[in-house]
Structures are given as structure tokens and as C-alpha cells.
Design a binder for this molecule. Structure first.
Ligand SMILES: NC(=O)c1ccc[n+]([C@@H]2O[C@H](COP(=O)([O-])OP(=O)(O)OC[C@H]3O[C@@H](n4cnc5c(N)ncnc54)[C@H](O)[C@@H]3O)[C@@H](O)[C@H]2O)c1
Length: 377
């Protein structure tokens, strides 16, 4: 999708969503339908993104109520969609209004929004998917593990869509963006969460393991921001007052080095460099780009899987002197955290809701470490 060249049908859909977002200031969904259109809007072949947005805007009647069936005609063909709000969708207040300071429920900021969570099939990603869905968002669960993502989407029911995706493969990420447009017409919140840990000594680690870590934790954030950010830019052309979010799930290892874990920490430090740089560029389109840096999720599968979890591995390798059970290994790690426990999904969600609600911050990293790693430490 490009702003410069001939607009595709998908570009026009995203622009239509942007126009409706701008008019209603409330997130909405565009779903393909066979129903008879109430309104038909045409965009000329020569139109660029701004002229197409104004053609769409002028083609829609004043005071158009949703739901409504709209036929959109452009050089690349025609498509008919139903534009509707999801239950509970609330207007996104302009932060300059006094009323914007009286949000009653922070989780409500995502109600009715369209969200993507990469690596959403398990671990922190699954926690984020469940919380966003429970808060009223439509959630795309993008994962290499399609069966896990499909099972989770099936359990959640409506407003949950599983998509197979390898975030370190550009074609796969581009196809993911395309699927999101086909299904919902656009997106409001991108959570780049997929990540892997490949620990190892710098003196011993295979280049392959180092490169894999870099591909999934670092390069993939570039790909996700490139392909999903283009949708956010197009929407913003049509709805300049609406802010959207890209949030990277980073790590406490993005703020302090990690012994024999350089591939991971390096990729996470690099991630914060990308967050800051992308934030500076995408602020022009009111896309906020921020990171959350959680501490260890001891209750998640990475640590607690009974067969391959890190606690079992550390027990078997004798990494914690004197520990004879998984519980003792876990207790020794919890003791390193001033607040005495690992990070939980709910801790990450509080940071996520804060970032989405906060209209006046971008390029930041929000630590959620129970005091284990502090800024500038
Ligand atoms: N677990 C922790 O203690 C911890 C702490 C701080 C930060 N984090 C970060 O949180 C994020 C999630 O970690 P987790 O512990 O929940 O991991 P996890 O291993 O439990 O889950 C990761 C998910 O990502 C998917 N995935 C892996 N590679 C992928 C790829 N190339 N494309 C698409 N999906 C892919 C996996 O299939 C899996 O569903 C990561 O970015 C990680 O660095 C984790």
C-alpha cells in the first residue's frame, strides 16, 4: 500500500474507516457484506490519499448514522461494507477537552477498538489478548503457532481472529496487514509482543541463534511498524485528530545488560532505539510509539512449563546452588525482585492502558519490573 501510487481497494477501505473515525470520533469496524448499499461513494483513478479522503467525505451524507452499508468504488474495483461500532465503543476524547480528564475506567479506552497482538497464542501475548478482548476490543491473534492462536480465538468467540504469521518474514507481515484490512477495514492498536529468548555465552553462541533472536525481537518490530504503520498513516490522513498506538513489549533486559544473554538484551536495547526513532517519525501521523519493559513472567510458560520451562532447566543444570525443587528455584528468583514476585499480565495491561489513554507521550519505555530494574540504573 502506498500513498504515492494508485490507491488499491484496501487503501480506500482504510481511508473510508479514517473518514468515519474522523466524523464520529469513535472506533468502528468495516465488514464485507452482500447487503444492498445505502450510500455509494466513488474515488477517481488519479486521486492521491488526501483527495480520495475528501472525495469519500463529500460522498457521504451529513450526519450519517451507523450502522450503514456503503459501496466504495475506485480504480481497482468496488467493495461493499457494513460500517458499525462494536458494543461499548466510546468516543475518544480530545485531550484538550476538560472532560477528557474524567475517564471512568482505564480499560475502557480500548473498547470497540481494533487491536493486533503478535505472539498472542501464549504467554504475555495471550494475557494481553484476553484482557483486550474482555475490555471490548476486536483482537487479531497473530502467531507462528496457528493452532494455539485458533484455539484461543475459538474460546473467545466473536471479535477474536487468529492469523498465522511469522513476524520476521516481510511477506507474512504484509499479508497480516492485508487480512486485517479485509476483516475490519483498519486498526487502532498494534502490540508487537512476539519474542524469543536464546541465552548463551558470547564465547560459545552459534551465529544462527544470535541471528534468530535479532530477527524475531528486533527486525520484526521494524516489519510490523512498517506494514501496520502504513495503515495508521492512511487513517490519519482521513482523521487527523485521531491518535493511534504501536506498543512494543520489550523487557527489563532492554534497560540493563543480561549475563550470557547478550543476543536477547542486545535485541531489546535495539528495540528501544527503534521505538524512539519511529516515534519521532510517526508523530506526524499521530501514531504514538512506546514500549513496555516487564520483569520476568514467572507464572508464564517460558519459566513455568513443567517440561521445558526455565525453572526446570535451572534446577537440572544446578544454576541455583542448593535448590532441590522447582519451587526453590522459583523462590530464589522471586527474592531478586524488590516487590517479591514476577510480573503478571495485569501489570503489563495497566501500563498498556496508560499508554493508550495518555495523549501526550511518545517514544517512551514504561518499566513494569516490581522495582528490579529502575530507569537509569
Ligand atoms: N516471559 C518473560 O519473563 C518475559 C519478560 C520480559 C519480557 N518478555 C517479552 O514478552 C514477549 C512475550 O514473551 P513470552 O515469555 O510470553 O513468550 P512465549 O514464548 O511464552 O510466547 C511467545 C509467543 O510468540 C510466538 N512467536 C515466536 N516467534 C514468532 C514469530 N517469528 N512470529 C510470530 N509469532 C512468534 C510463539 O509461538 C508464542 O506463542 C517477548 O517479547 C518477550 O521478550 C517476556
Amino acid at each position: 500500500m502506498t500513498v504515492e501510487n494508485t490507491l488499491t481497494s484496501k487503501d480506500l477501505l482504510v481511508l473510508l474507516r479514517g473518514v468515519l473515525l474522523g466524523a464520529h470520533a469513535t472506533p468502528l469496524v468495516l465488514t464485507a457484506t452482500d447487503e444492498e448499499p445505502v450510500v455509494t461513494v466513488s474515488v477517481s483513478r488519479e486521486a492521491d490519499a488526501s483527495t480520495a479522503a475528501s472525495a469519500i467525505s463529500h460522498g457521504l451524507p451529513d450526519g450519517l448514522e451507523l450502522p450503514v452499508i456503503i459501496r466504495l468504488e475506485g480504480a481497482a474495483g468496488a467493495v461493499t461494507v457494513k460500517a458499525h461500532h462494536l458494543a461499548g465503543a466510546v468516543a475518544v476524547p480530545d485531550s484538550r477537552d476538560a472532560a477528557a480528564g474524567r475517564a471512568s475506567s482505564r480499560a475502557g479506552v480500548v473498547a470497540g477498538r481494533i487491536a493486533l497482538v503478535t505472539g498472542g497464542a501464549q504467554g504475555f501475548g495471550e494475557e494481553i489478548v484476553r484482557a483486550l478482548h474482555a475490555s471490548g476490543a476486536w483482537v487479531f491473534i497473530a502467531d507462528l503457532n496457528l493452532s494455539g492462536a485458533t484455539a484461543l480465538a475459538g474460546e473467545l468467540g466473536e471479535r477474536a481472529t487468529a492469523v498465522e504469521c511469522n513476524v520476521s518474514d516481510e511477506d507474512s507481515v504484509a499479508a497480516l496487514a492485508s487480512t486485517i484490512v479485509d476483516t475490519c477495514g483498519g486498526i487502532d492498536l498494534v502490540v508487537s509482543n512476539a519474542g524469543i529468548a536464546r541465552a548463551g555465552s558470547v564465547l560459545e553462541q552459534e551465529l544462527r541463534a544470535f541471528a534468530l533472536s535479532t530477527d524475531v525481537n528486533y527486525t520484526a518490530f521494524f516489519l510490523v511498524t512498517k506494514h501496520l504503520g502504513r495503515l495508521l498513516r492512511l487513517q490519519n490522513i482521513a482523521a487527523p485528530q485521531c491518535a493511534t498506538d504501536i506498543i512494543q513489549i520489550n523487557s527489563k533486559s532492554g534497560m540493563v545488560g543480561s549475563n550470557r544473554n547478550g543476543a536477547y538484551a542486545g535485541s531489546k536495547f535495539g528495540g528501544l532505539g527503534l521505538v524512539q526513532s519511529f516515534a519521532l517519525e510517526l508523530v506526524d501521523y499521530r501514531v504514538k510509539v512506546n514500549a513496555i519493559c516487564p520483569g520476568n513472567f514467572f507464572d508464564g510458560p517460558l519459566w513455568s512449563d513443567p517440561d521445558n520451562g526455565l525453572f526446570v532447566q535451572y534446577l537440572n543444570s544446578g544454576k541455583v546452588p542448593g535448590a532441590t525443587t522447582v519451587e526453590e528455584v522459583k523462590a530464589s528468583y522471586e527474592a531478586k525482585v524488590p516487590m517479591g514476585r514476577g510480573a503478571l499480565g495485569a501489570d503489563v495491561m495497566r501500563a498498556l492502558y496508560y499508554i493508550v489513554e495518555q495523549a501526550y507521550e511518545t517514544g517512551q519505555a514504561v518499566p513494569v519490573t516490581g522495582g528490579q530494574v529502575m530507569l537509569s540504573s
